[in-house]
Design a protein around this ligand. Structure first.
Ligand SMILES: Cc1ncc(C[n+]2csc(CCOP(=O)(O)OP(=O)(O)O)c2C)c(N)n1
Ligand code: SF4
Ligand SMILES: [Mg+2]
Length: 276
């Protein structure tokens, strides 16, 4: 019998490239379940990604997909949404893809509040290229380019998205795929720029360098470092270090960019090209 997942994947693209125990497949499952719950017409769904292990996701799903260049998934998605605002546009990015090379695109997409859903698979490392640290690698953690520990302060991606103007921001983990599904579902139905960061495991590049011997160890670690907002509020400052809040951060209404742009087109037509 076919599962929900089977109904949405491109079987001809399998086996996938992901290492055993990688969290990317769990996120793929959460995205598919969210879309299936919404019962959307798959021909109206466009999924865009950049480059990275996580970005391979667009190869495996039977929607309209584009695997673009590293860090540039949001500009491609912006163009598609502006050209046809009826489409449901979903962008899947890695932490490096979204917050390093694509960091500027991320804050400006949030600032414009363009009606897209960005799903960031945050494994806290450049998985595909061998474990270089990213702007989301926690301070003190190890990477192939931080053999003595990362001295950089990492971004809080959710706070960054909120400050830049996103309408919906949430964080889930691969340890809680059901919660991730429901957060993704809410993001997909939200008008404006919606962001769901999913903390994921890369046992090969991150786990090995940070003394986690197996994917199970990594999942247990993710469970330990993530807390609800309520639990967070009861923690001491020391206990809050290295912990991530999971759940919903913001859900607000603000005019989205495609609507504002359509109003401008209407106005320009009404004024027959006269600017004043
Ligand atoms: C312009 C450009 N710079 C660098 C690269 C090399 N590169 C490919 S994937 C990647 C990092 C991927 O890390 P992340 O976005 O976190 O995705 P992950 O592999 O961890 O899922 C880099 C630096 C590239 N392909 N293109
Ligand atoms: S290197 Fe890491 S992120 Fe890439 S497929 Fe392997 S486990 Fe997954
Ligand atoms: Mg990564």
């Amino acid at each position: 019998m076919k599962t929900v997942i089977d109904r949405y994947i491109r079987e001809e693209m399998f086996p996938n490239i992901w290492c055993p125990g990688c969290g990317n497949g769990i996120v793929l499952g959460s995205i598919i379940r969210a879309i299936d719950d919404l019962n959307w017409n798959r021909d109206k769904i466009v999924m865009i990604s950049g480059i990275g292990c996580s970005s391979r996701i667009t190869g495996y799903v039977d929607f309209c997909t584009m695997n673009t260049t590293h860090g540039r998934a949001l500009p491609f998605a912006t163009g598609i949404k502006m050209a046809n605002s009826d489409l449901k546009v979903i962008v899947v990015m890695g932490d490096g893809d979204c917050s390093a090379i694509g960091g500027n695109h991320f804050i400006h997409a949030a600032r414009r509040n363009i009606d897209l859903t960005a799903i960031i698979i945050n494994n806290m490392i450049y998985g595909m290229t061998g474990g270089q640290y990213s702007p989301l690698t926690p301070t003190g953690r190890f990477g192939s380019t931080a053999p003595y520990g990362n001295i950089d302060q990492s971004f809080d991606l959710a706070e960054l998205a909120i400050a830049a103007g996103a309408s919906y921001v949430a964080r889930g983990t691969v340890y809680n795929p059901r919660q991730s599904t429901s957060l993704i579902k809410k993001a997909l139905t939200k008008k404006g720029f919606s962001v769901v960061e999913i903390i994921s495991d890369c046992p090969v590049s991150y786990g090995r360098m940070n003394k986690m011997k197996s994917p199970v160890d990594m999942l247990k670690w993710i469970k330990d470092i993530t807390v609800s907002k309520k639990v967070w509020e009861g923690l001491s400052e020391g206990e809050k270090e290295d912990k991530f809040i999971i759940g919903e951060f913001i859900n607000k209404d603000r005019p989205d960019y495609t609507e504002k742009y359509e109003e401008i087109i209407k106005k320009a037509k009404e004024m027959g090209g006269n600017k004043r």
